[in-house]
Ligand binder design. Structure first.
Ligand code: ZN
Length: 498
């Protein structure tokens, strides 16, 4: 096959696949935000059907022939096309060894599983979810077997979310974090001053929270002509393309932080997707480059900006006047309160200092689950033991423990480490940005545009055109280095507590 013809074929099939995948995304959005309980059956069947279509397109001989031809004349292709080719090959490799029937059944299962997980969590009963989770884990183990692995079976899954990441690197990464954070946490517990946190659990009317959430998303630069905010049990961001980016958040009357920081977090993901370069927007490169870099953007906004004094300085009086709960709370108390650190059970509500320990619990459990050294029925006990070991507290119910996260019901194994990597990337990015921009002053002057532009230029617009390692090296001149994260935490929390 001649090169131009192969390129034409390649683009046509990829475009067709994009249509099918967009339809699947749309069904997921519906399933997770609106579909009634009894409607789940039909919709998850459609997801299963469409994913078999997507599978056929990705593994069909037409695409594989086109890819082979293009690979032979790689030297003649523009660099951006070579990257597209690489991404498509990655995708094909991921699924081609998995039998079609199993692939479709798996996708149907995970579409259905979220409803079952939500019910189990609501009832706080692991048994309700156990059978389904067992099936998902069985599929995951089998898929890793089909796909093959190097070093450790879990590496194959890690690489899906963070290309190049391995158990070996993560063991070292988490070992370093643990060695630095655990003694520091102890020091704060012994020597640290008492902080007010009482006001965070007062009553915050949901209608006002909803209004504030929208305003905050807009304030950080989220474009509502190209996106919306909705509600779901577990906040997430989903994108069709740069012109249609959807965020969710959750409102709890007695938890101010949940919606406020949930919205800023998802808003950070949203800005990334809305900021993808127009030239690559409708190609396979038109989305975030890895989950770790994605999380760096959400955490940068949520924590490094959103939990800073400078962020709230120009906003606080306006917010305070709207909520009776904040009447007797000064800006400084508010700032310290939203950064209060203590061992807690729920990951999404954890502070920056203890957060990585929550991820460590999940990382170690997933590693053992995928290698087969523990089984699904062991999970509640192992979860609780690990929480006690790392955080010194033990969940009393499944909903506060093993059932709290949606990820496993979606089949997202290998995903959790991205959160901890995201924190480390974010600190490293901050460390470079602050040499070029006075971040605190920009925040105090309500100039968030300059920050969004910097991130847009260095990260967002590239989509997958640059790999995660290239992104961080081009920004900071070195590979991922967790030292910046530890330095950032120690400096911030020493000022707050000591
Ligand atoms: Zn996130």
């Amino acid at each position: 096959m001649e090169m131009n013809l192969a390129m034409e074929k390649f683009e046509k099939i990829i475009e067709e696949k994009r249509m099918v995948d967009t339809a699947i995304t749309s069904l997921h959005w519906d399933l997770e935000t609106q579909a009634p309980k009894k409607g789940v059956e039909l919709l998850s069947g459609v997801v299963g059907y469409l994913s078999s279509k997507s599978y056929e397109l990705a593994t069909g001989s037409a695409l594989i022939e086109a890819v082979d031809t293009l690979n032979e004349c790689k030297d003649e292709l523009e660099p951006v096309r070579v990257r597209m080719l690489e991404e498509v090959e990655r995708e094909i490799d991921k699924i081609k060894k998995i039998p079609a029937v199993e692939y479709s059944r798996y996708n149907e299962l995970t579409a259905r599983a979220q409803g079952i997980w939500a019910e189990a969590r609501e009832k706080s009963d692991f048994k309700t979810f156990e059978g389904t989770l067992k099936e998902i884990v069985e599929f995951q183990r089998k898929f890793v077997g089909y796909r093959g692995w190097e070093g450790h079976p879990y590496n194959t899954l890690l690489d899906d979310y963070e290309p190049g990441m391995t158990v070996e690197k993560l063991d070292e990464f988490f070992g370093y974090l643990r060695g630095e954070l655990v003694p520091f946490l102890k020091r704060i517990a012994v020597e640290g001053r008492e902080l007010r946190g009482d006001f965070l659990e007062r009553s915050y009317p949901i209608a006002q929270q909803r209004e504030l959430s929208r305003e905050l998303a807009e304030y950080i630069g989220f474009d509502f002509d190209r996106g919306i905010i909705s509600e779901s049990a577990h906040p997430f961001t989903l994108n069709y393309d740069r012109n249609d980016v959807r965020l969710t958040t959750r409102y709890e009357e007695r938890c101010f932080s949940s919606s406020v920081f949930g919205t800023i977090h998802e808003g950070g993901h949203g800005l990334y997707e809305q900021g993808i370069g127009e030239e690559i927007a409708s190609t396979v490169l038109g989305t975030g480059t890895s989950m770790g870099i994605h999380e760096s953007q959400s955490r940068f906004y949520e924590n490094m900006l959103g939990r800073s004094r400078a962020f709230w300085k120009p906003l606080y009086e306006g917010v305070r006047s709207r909520f009776d709960a904040l009447e007797d709370v000064e800006l400084e108390e508010f700032y310290r309160g939203i950064n209060k650190s203590e061992a807690s059970l729920i990951r999404v509500e954890a502070d920056e200092l203890t957060y990585s320990l929550h991820i460590m619990v999940r990382y170690e459990i997933e590693k053992m689950l995928i290698e087969g050294s523990i089984e699904v029925e062991d999970l509640p006990g192992i979860w609780n033991d690990k929480m006690e070991e790392y955080l010194g507290i033990r969940p009393e119910t499944d909903s506060e423990g093993v059932l709290q996260d949606v990820h496993w019901s979606c089949g997202l194994f290998g995903y959790f480490p991205s959160y901890a990597l995201g924190n480390a990337y974010a600190a490293q990015i901050y460390n470079t940005m602050v040499k070029e921009i006075n971040i605190e002053r920009s925040l105090e002057e309500r100039n968030l545009a300059v920050i969004k532009e910097w991130l847009g230029e260095n990260i967002h617009r590239w989509g997958k055109e640059k790999k995660p390692t290239e992104i961080i090296e081009d920004i900071s001149g070195e590979e991922l280095n967790a030292r910046y994260f530890i330095e950032y935490l120690k400096e911030k929390y020493s000022r707050i507590y000591l």
